[in-house]
Design a protein around this ligand. Sequence first.
Ligand code: NAD
Length: 364
Amino acid sequence: MSAKNLKPKPESQRVGFAIVGIGKLSAEQLIPAIRTGQDAYVAALVTGDVEDTLQFSRAYDLADDDVYHYDDFEALAQRDDVQAVYIVLPNSMHREFVERAAKIGKHVLCEKPLASNLEDAKAMVKACKKAKVLLMTAYRIQYTPHHWEAKKTIAAGKLGQLKVMDSIHTHVEPDPTVWRLDEALAGGGPVMDIGIYSINTLRFLTGLEPQWVFAQGYQPKNDPRFAEVEESMSIMLGFEGGLIANILTSYGAQSVSTVHVLGDAGAAVLDPAFAYRGIELSIRNDKAQVAPQFAAYDQFGLEIDHFAQCVRSGKTPYTPGEEGVQDHRIFEAVYKSARKGKRVELKRFDGQDVFRGTPPKLPK
Ligand code: NAD
C-alpha cells in the first residue's frame, strides 16, 4: 500500500536490490513494499531453498536465474543491476552476509538488530567502511511521518522540559522451535527482538543517548520456550538532566506497543507505536489535544526508498550501522545489569542524534 500514488521511476533510475532470506518479513512486507516504492526494485533473491523460492519469484515476474542459493551469493558480483542487498536473516547470520556483501562491493541494508552481539555489529561497520560501501540498519520507525512529527514536537520544546518516558512492546511467542528463542541464532530474547523498538524509538524521539541502565528480567524454569532466553525484561534508562525511561518487553504477554514522552508542559503518546500499519499519535498540553493525521504510507517502502536515495547520492543513511551498534551497547548493559542486579553506566556521548546521518525525505 503506497500513499504516494505516484508512478514508480523506471528501473533504470531505481536501485536494484537482492533480498537475502525469503522468510515471513521479506515475503509479506518488504518485497510488496519495494514494488510500491519509488526508488528501489527487486533484482534478485537469495535463499536457502531455491526450489521453494522459485514458486514465489515467478509470481513476482522474476526470472528463474534471478534466484540464488546462499552458497552462490558471490555470483551477485557479476550483476551490475544489483547495487544493494537487504539482509533479512536470523540475527546471528547478519554478520556473515554483510561481510560477504561488502567484499563484493554491494551496499547493505540490514534488518534489526544489526547483529546478535556487539562485537559482530562493530565488525560489520568496520567491514563496510573498509570496502567503502554504505551500511544502514533497518529501523523502519525512524522513517514514519508519525514518529517524525513526535520528534519535531519534542525538539521544538512543545512538551516543555522532558521528565519521564515509558514504552511497552510485548507479544506472546507461541512456537518453542522458532529461531527467536534460540540464543545462538537470536543473541537474546525479547529485549533484542522487540524491546529494541522501545529503546531505539526513545533514543530517536529525544535525540539523546542513555547514560545508565538498570534492568531485571524473568526466565521461567518450567517453560521449554524460555530454556535459553528471557521471557520478560523491565529496563530503566537514565538520560542527561534527570530524564528517566521505563521499558517493558515480553514474549509472554498480550500484544501491546506504546510510547509516552512526558514533559512539564505536555505529552506525546504513540499507541500503537510500532505496528506495521495504523500508528496513532496524540500530542497534549493543558490547552489542547491534537492527533496529527497523515496520508496512508508504507513504513518499509519509505525506509527502503531512503536507502536507495543514499546509494544514488553516496550520503550516509539516517540510521547507519553505528546506530545499530549503539543499541547493542545498550543490550549488553541490560543483560549485565540483570545478571548483577546493579545499575550499569554506559559510554557517554555528547550532542544530539550523534549516530544519525542524512534525514529522510518523507511525505507530508
Ligand atoms: P524468518 O523466520 O521468517 O526467516 C528469515 C529467513 O531466514 C528465511 O529465509 C528462513 O528460511 C531463514 N531461516 C530461518 N531460520 C533459519 C535457521 N535456523 N537457519 C538458517 N536460516 C533460517 O525471520 P523473519 O521474521 O523474516 O526475520 C528475519 C530478520 O528480520 C530478523 O533479523 C528479524 O529481527 C527482522 N525482522 C524485522 C522486522 C521489522 O519490522 N523491521 C519484522 C520481523 C523481523
